[in-house]
Design a protein around this ligand. Structure first.
Ligand SMILES: *Cc1c(COP(=O)(O)O)cnc(C)c1O
Ligand code: SF4
Length: 470
């Protein structure tokens, strides 16, 4: 029923470890494979790379991208800026400045102005989710859902390469309001003591595994040593398995390439398991090809041997993975390798969303068709889900009630836990790409959660307004 068009061969073995080499705007033309790429395409990369973050590396270039398939190759689209990621007038403005030989300050001013028009802080991230303790704001932390606190370690705010769709992009271009304090882990522990309902801490970034094992241990060991019976799970969100698997194989560490600390990192993972807490490695894979390289498979095995469990998640992205066959192959591969499929997300309403977005109804069709074609062990995945302001909202599907076509939705997570798993209905809309574009079914004025959400905005003295619930 589906055509398996996914090429998974790992045909280019490399030695055990490899030296990390980053490519960005100033040196991407040195990439050997770029010689065969047209000048027009290189110019596009340069223009868009001035506005949206761009960084890749030698593993991505040599082992993930299929250069014969550029510019359509999904892994190329995943990691290189694409012309249509900017709106035409934004593209023309930057292109004009570059062609006219404008100085870098002028280009930067224009780029910053454009960035501010790209909804750099979706889902109320900055204004609504920062927790506080004894009246003091805890910068570098977010607490939106009762059980789980997000923690952004200050040294973990970059990645081994950047994804072109990333909603964290403001952090990489210096636009973010995330600020970090020196006593951050002490304050995290104090917050966990004061909030016994929290069971999970999720280390996120950027990519926390950009840090050396020694630095990561400065966060994790105090958490284990503090007596925190409510803390049951430590999660680490990372794309390192895909973008730099040598992180787990004795490869060169990125912070200090004399510091070959994969063994220390794995020992730290083991220590979490042995302390009786669960280490959840939240791995980010967007395409099955990322699971093919032999080093990736070896890295997965080594992580699993520490007692950590790898769970996988990805947004659904046009031009990258918007076909059921891709997800079927990806989930099957993940389960074969001992990973547990966790979430399929809808692309977030920020940055280049217009380029990547898939309408909600289509997203549901892709999810459903893929889900139907995999065995039960792959069906731990949930989605498609929007991380929207009121919560994580899953598109359950399209149905008809009394002759009216409707979209069924429900919360997987909610600002108010009581909203979770209450189905609600929106008017059918084939082109809507986000919750904020949906209207309640049957001509009703509000979704059931909206009054309470507005009250939340008022109480939090935020700038959010009633219509702004994306
Ligand atoms: C997704 C998410 C979490 C974790 O939710 P789970 O469903 O437990 O994985 C926590 N905080 C925020 C802000 C999130 O978006
Ligand atoms: S690895 Fe994650 S945080 Fe880093 S660029 Fe990709 S999506 Fe963003």
């Amino acid at each position: 029923m589906f055509i398996n068009a996914v090429e998974l061969k790992w045909s280019n073995p490399v030695q055990e470890t490899q030296k990390y080499k980053a490519y960005s705007l100033n040196n991407f033309r040195d990439i050997p494979q770029m010689a065969a790429v047209s000048e027009a395409l290189k110019f596009d990369i340069e223009v868009v790379g001035h506005v949206l973050p761009f960084k890749t590396n030698n593993f991505v270039v040599d082992h993930l991208i299929d250069w014969e398939n550029v510019p359509l190759d999904p892994l190329f689209v995943l990691t290189f800026p694409q012309r249509d990621m900017l709106l035409p007038h934004h593209y023309d403005e930057i292109a004009g400045l570059i062609r006219a030989g404008a100085d870098s300050a002028a280009i930067k001013t224009a780029a910053n102005r454009i960035r501010l028009q790209l909804n750099p802080h979706p889902a109320g991230q900055v204004s609504h989710n920062i927790p506080s303790l004894e009246g003091e704001q805890l910068d570098g932390m977010q607490h939106k859902y009762r059980e789980t606190v997000l923690f952004f370690p200050s040294q973990g705010q970059t990645c081994h390469a950047y994804c072109s769709f990333c909603f964290r992009w403001p952090q990489f271009v210096g636009l973010s309001d995330l600020k970090f304090a020196s006593r951050e882990v002490d304050r995290l522990i104090a917050y966990l003591q004061a909030n016994p309902q929290v069971t999970d801490v999720l280390f996120t970034g950027g990519d926390p595994l950009i840090m050396s094992a020694r630095n990561l241990a400065l966060y994790i060991e105090p958490l284990l040593e503090a007596d925190l019976p409510n803390l049951r799970r430590i999660r680490i969100g990372s794309k390192a398995l895909s973008f730099w698997p040598y992180r787990f194989l004795g490869g060169n560490d990125i912070e200090d390439d004399s510091d070959n600390d994969s063994e220390d990192l794995l020992a730290l993972f083991r220590k979490v398991s042995e302390s009786g807490k669960h280490l959840a490695f939240m791995a980010h894979f967007n395409h099955p090809r990322e699971l093919a390289p032999e080093p990736v498979q070896r890295a997965i095995l080594r992580i699993r041997q520490t007692g950590a469990v790898i769970r996988t998640q990805s947004p659904l992205l046009r031009h990258i993975n918007d076909e059921p066959a891709v997800w079927i192959e990806m989930w099957n591969r993940q389960v074969d390798l001992g990973c547990i499929p966790y979430y399929m997300f809808i692309a977030r309403d920020t940055g280049a969303q217009h380029f990547f977005s898939v309408p909600l109804v289509r997203a549901w069709e892709i999810f459903r068709e893929a889900y139907q074609h995999v065995g039960g062990l792959c069906r731990t995945v949930r989605g498609p889900s929007m991380s929207a302001n009121p919560g994580k909202v899953q598109v359950l599907g399209v149905s008809e009630v009394n002759g009216e076509k409707v979209i069924q939705l429900r919360f997987i997570q909610g600002r108010n836990p009581d909203w979770v798993h209450r189905p609600f209905l929106a008017r059918y809309d084939e082109s809507a790409t986000w919750l904020s574009e949906l209207k309640p079914a049957f001509g009703e004025a509000h979704f059931f959660f909206q009054d309470e959400l507005e009250q939340f905005y008022r109480e939090n003295l935020s700038t959010g307004h009633p219509e702004d619930y994306e």
